[in-house]
Design a protein around this ligand. Structure first.
Ligand code: KDG
Ligand code: MG
Length: 408
């Protein structure tokens, strides 16, 4: 079997997605997700101009060799654009291998280690009332684990919080924000550190001790601030505190770790196992947050999770709406197969996205399952995709109250 063509499809049903479709001379097709939110066309061009010519006529079964070839032969290693492009090829080849073997990809990764994949959803609120409504809405959908993000008094627009309670209590990382320039949000760490523990206190009082709660700090704190927050949240028994400090500096987590027992998760902006080396070997984190889409695909993610397993570190694979259904399906096959699964993030996609990407994964009673279709179990409706042309969109950015640009 040989790869006969590879096409890059850019489509914007509810938001922008970049998908690689590989076709073999046997007529099998495989899909890979290459979506890099806010920089989509950079990956599309990298694939079309530099990667597609390299994979035509290769044997699609040689996944490891193709991965090493694309990673090492570029000379310029790592980076989100490169690794998203390699991930798309890798996912598409696993999809093809599964179809050729008539097996779902999780079977090729070792088979199921569990019956379902526990997922967490995103609740948010402008005040306690709307936050409680949002948590109840997620519980009614079946979620047993819920991320809690809240507005902060005095701040206009905050990461992770739906702009108004009437908006369906859903915050999205664009598409609502499709506009010429990035939207500006504002930030004040001191106000946040004062407010957040009071919100978790109220949530625990309302929902009791058993509901699994998570929180995302989205890279905004210094190590000292993060240590203080971790300590002040200890009474509320979080499943994890995510991205408490900016991810570029793994050493920052030594300080945080030594000061608090609140579990730590990091890695959604990482793109190789090397980014985790210190964090894993020094056991500075509890959960690996990488996306299969941004970390070079299933091949390196399986290795990364096996490495993490040696240090009792578990998975918490990134799954917001900017991961396409193809990237999501890849995550679910891995989640089902690995021993050290922790939890899976799940933000259901919109209706238009589900029209373009026909999926076979399911969500029942709080658990996801990738389904039993051969391969990844997602098919692209190219006719539907063509109805939604790319629209430039940016992620928001943050300014402190004095106007200084801050981490978003
Ligand atoms: O594109 C950026 C989003 O994927 C990111 O902000 C979402 O932090 C995020 C999360 O935890 O899902
Ligand atoms: Mg996050």
């Amino acid at each position: 079997m040989r790869i006969s063509s590879a096409d890059v499809v850019v489509t914007s049903p509810d938001r922008n997605f970049v998908t690689l479709k590989i076709t073999t001379d046997d007529g099998l097709t495989g899909l890979g997700d290459a979506t890099l939110n806010g920089r989509e066309l950079a990956v599309a061009a990298y694939l079309t101009e530099h990667v597609v010519p390299l994979i035509i006529d290769r044997d699609p079964h040689r996944i490891e060799d193709t991965w090493q070839f694309l990673y090492r032969s570029a000379y310029w290693r790592r980076g989100p654009v490169t690794m998203a492009a390699i991930a798309a090829v890798d996912m598409a080849l696993w999809d093809i291998k599964g179809k050729a073997a008539s097996l779902p990809v999780y079977q090729l990764l070792g088979g199921a280690s569990r019956t379902g994949i526990r997922a967490y959803g995103h609740a948010s609120g402008l005040d306690l009332e709307s936050l409680f409504d949002s948590i109840r809405m997620h519980q009614s959908l079946g979620f047993t684990a819920i991320r809690v993000q809240t507005a902060v008094p005095g701040l206009r627009a905050v990461y992770g919080v739906a702009a108004s309670a009437g908006e369906g209590t859903r915050y999205d990382y664009e598409p609502a924000r499709r506009q010429a320039l990035p939207a500006e949000e504002d930030w004040d760490t001191a106000a946040y550190l004062r407010h957040l523990p009071t919100v978790f206190d109220a949530v625990r009082a309302e929902f009791g001790p058993e509901l699994t709660l998570l929180h995302d700090g989205h890279h905004r704190m210094t190590p000292n601030q993060a240590a203080r927050l971790g300590r002040s949240l200890e009474p509320y028994d979080l499943f994890w505190l995510e991205d408490c400090t900016p991810a570029e500096n793994p050493e920052a987590l030594r300080r945080v770790r030594s000061q608090t027992t609140t579990p730590l998760a990091i890695g959604e902006v990482f793109n190789t196992a090397f980014d985790y080396q210190t964090l894993i070997t020094e056991q500075l984190i509890d959960y690996v947050r990488s996306a299969v889409t941004h970390t070079g695909g299933l091949t390196p993610m399986k290795k990364l999770m096996d490495f993490a397993a040696m240090y009792q570190i578990k998975s918490g694979i990134h799954g917001p709406t900017d991961i396409s259904p193809v990237g999501m399906a890849a995550a679910l096959h891995l989640d089902l197969a690995i021993h050290n699964f922790g939890i899976q993030e799940y933000m259901p996609h919109g209706e238009l996205t589900n029209e373009v990407f026909r999926q076979s994964f399911s969500f029942t009673d709080g658990d996801l399952h990738p389904g039993e279709q051969p391969g990844l179990g997602v098919e692209l409706d190219e006719g539907a995709a063509a109805r939604f042309p790319y629209e430039r969109a940016y992620l928001p950015f943050n300014r402190l109250l004095d106007g200084t640009v801050h981490d978003w």
